[in-house]
Every structure is written in structure tokens, then in C-alpha cells.
Design a binder for this molecule. Sequence first.
Ligand code: GLN
Length: 314
Amino acid sequence: MSRSLPRSALAEPSPSALRAHMEAALAKGLVAAGRGQTTALIPDLRAVPPEKFGFSVALLTGEQISVGDTRERFSLQSITKLFSLVALLQRDPDAWDEVGWEPTSHSFRSLTELEERGGKPRNPFVNAGALVVTDRLKTLAGDGFLPTLQLIQQQSGNAKIRSVPSVARAEFAHAHVNTAIAHLLANVGRIQNPIPQLLRNYFRQCAIEASTDDTARAALFLAQKDQHQVVLSFEDRRRVNAVLLTAGMYNAAGDIAYRVGMPVKSGIGGGIVGVLPGVGTVCVWSPPLDETGNSAGGLVALEEFSRLARWSIF
Ligand code: GLN
């Protein structure tokens, strides 16, 4: 840390100060959660109690700070797209060419955008890109789901993390849009495996459940800035963080970069995980969503936390 910088410009690293900021941010987030609605896309997730709220911070020093419902498991959903991308890059560093890295102004389930772009996904965090990632994992590892589950288990240090079969089945039963996306991709030769198998793998992946404590720890490798990366190459860690900043919240990414200023990934289970390179990670969970499919209360809590704790890359 440079002594010439005023203290107010530095990210807060002290666990006791962070806890106070997290508590204040959670209180503000809980109010905002009242304005959202739990997802209508997966029936099993609609019934999750809307007042749940977990807020975890994991630091590179090994310390972890937990406020609220941080040990309860929630459905990671699109947060898993971050881990499946990393699992694929570990096996194929050239995978970027197939999944893209551009932001989008469309929803994460857009068919229009995919059609307009001749069947090429915009980035790995919209469903089209994530389906290509899972398909390639299946080709390279023999299973499109296990490498992602194992990566989350290893990095969180929790071998009990599982996928919930009823959530995966419920999504499969309502999979019209994802099936259409997979067929559009297959139509231009971008899918290598049978579509029903691919979708089963993808929905099992989305149905992985973990707590905010687990998820913050699992993403901590993205905050490591040293050159000797174990999980991901130095180059790919930078690229993944860059694409999380510009596309991790789908078409709301610009708004979040402006309000929060951290690479983040959300899921329709109400979770959001964020990375502050060189310092640590944060994970919030609050089930009610806003109209872009991001946690309404989680976002407000994250915005307030980044302001109070000066956790921003800018
Ligand atoms: N399983 C969900 C889907 O594929 C995940 C979407 C999300 O969390 N944004 O539609």
C-alpha cells in the first residue's frame, strides 16, 4: 500500500470494519428485496422464502466474514457459468474463440441476438455461450457437469456441495427457450453432443447448491494477482474478470459497473458473487429478483458495501 494515498482511496481490508459495513449494507438490501420477486422460470425456486439474506466476504489472507444466512444453501444457477468457463479454460485455453467475450444489450435467454449473430454466442455468461461451454466440457472431459461441480467443491473446500435433482428436473420440464437456443446453436454446427444430454448436463450444473460462505471461497482464486496461478493462467484470470465486469450481469452489466465497480456474476437463485482483485471476494444472496433477473436486494447491498468499504476496482 502506498503511504501517499489518502486512506479513503483504499479498499477496506480490516475484518471488523468490513463486518460493520456488511451489516449496514444488508439492512439496506433487505428493504430493496421487498421490491423484487423470486424467479418464475423454475417452479422449485419460486417458493424460497424471500426474506433470506446471506452476505459473506472471503479475504486472500484466509479470513472469512459472514453476516446473515451465510450457511444456507441456495441454487447457484448462472453463477455456475463462471465455474464451467474456468473448468473449460483449464482444458482448452482457446475456448474463448467459440464463446465470445462481448457485452450484450439483450436478456440472458435471447434468441434474437443469437439469430442476428449467425448463431455465435455473445459471451460465456448468456445461456447460448454457457451451453457451448457445457457442450465442450462434455466432449473434452466425458461429462459436461462433473468438472464444474468438482471445481466448486475443491475451491470452496466443501466436498458436500451437490446438485439438487428436483430443481434440475423442474427446469428440464420447462426448457422451451433453452432447447430453442441449443437447436439454433446446433443448426450452425456449434453443438457436438446430443441436445437432450447437453441440456440435462446444463440443468444439473445450474442446480448446484452452495452457501454464500462456500461461494465466496470458491471464487477466491479470481482475486489472486500473482503470476503463478494454480487454477487458471494469469492471462485467463484477467480475461475472466474483464468479461465478468462487462457481461457478468447480462444486459445490466453497465449499470453494475457504474454502481458497484467490481467483476460480478449473478444467478436467478438470487446470488451474486464479486471479485476485488488483490483483496478478496464477496457473495450475497437474496432471492427476490429485479426485471433483469438479478437479485434486487443483493445488488443494493453490494452497491452500499462497495461504497462504504471502498471495494471497487476504480
Ligand atoms: N438455469 C437458468 C437458465 O438457464 C439460469 C439462468 C440464470 O441464473 N440467469 O435459464
